[in-house]
Design a protein around this ligand. Sequence first.
Ligand code: FMN
Length: 244
Amino acid sequence: MRRIQSHSNPGRNPANKTTNGLARQMRRDYERCMDLSDFRKEYSSRGLHRQDLKADPVAQFAAWFAQATELQVPEPNAMMLATVDAGGMPYQRAVLLKYFDAAGFVFFTNFGSRKARQIAANPQVCALFPWITLERQVILQGRAESISTAESLRYFSSRPRESQLGAWVSNQSEIITSRKFLLQKIAEIREKFSHGEIPLPSFWGGYRIVIDAIEFWQGGPARLHDRFLYQRKPDGWSIARLSP
Ligand SMILES: Cc1cc2nc3c(=O)[nH]c(=O)nc-3n(C[C@H](O)[C@H](O)[C@H](O)COP(=O)(O)O)c2cc1C
């Protein structure tokens, strides 16, 4: 077993010379590894022009989403969802957008999870689609509203049986003792629902993000990126170009 040497007087012991050399090398590697200033990429720019934008941001999102799918962005429907706790501390995690339309953007989750508890206290959320390979990001801001049980059931019924069982098993965001605990639970649930349809758990369903603002960001050369912000107004949507 290798032991970490005490640093009390490292120069005295000849064996420490090697240790010190190794430590220096590790520090150099670490510093090299942590310095991201050379991670500079020149965005080739597809460009985003005001005249190309659709008046309706959901239609604009649909057009970009279709391109993200066509150009094989990995998991294009994964969005980073940010919520805040009662003290204003933000937290974010990936969730999958399952469908969207003029009414909003819908994802599914556990109603006992941390995100659900935070949404109950403060329904304002922000979600980001990081379509980095296209040099694009889309950022939504709005209010998360739980959808009706009937709507959740419609989606739940379309899921594969294994995913339906998974929704029953997870007390999402709770501390658990081991993976074994989960495996035992899934075995119990599988047994319980061995015949017939799996019912919708009362603690699982969807949220719709009703958007107030949405930004479309397109990388451009020399850091002159294109950014357009749509904001909801009483009579429709305003569109403003933001400085990069
Ligand atoms: C690509 C990806 C997609 C995910 N999709 C979902 C999802 O649709 N719903 C969900 O509840 N968790 C999803 N998760 C797990 C969440 O990121 C998160 O761990 C979980 O929802 C618990 O978050 P919370 O403790 O903040 O509530 C996904 C994770 C990844 C990496």
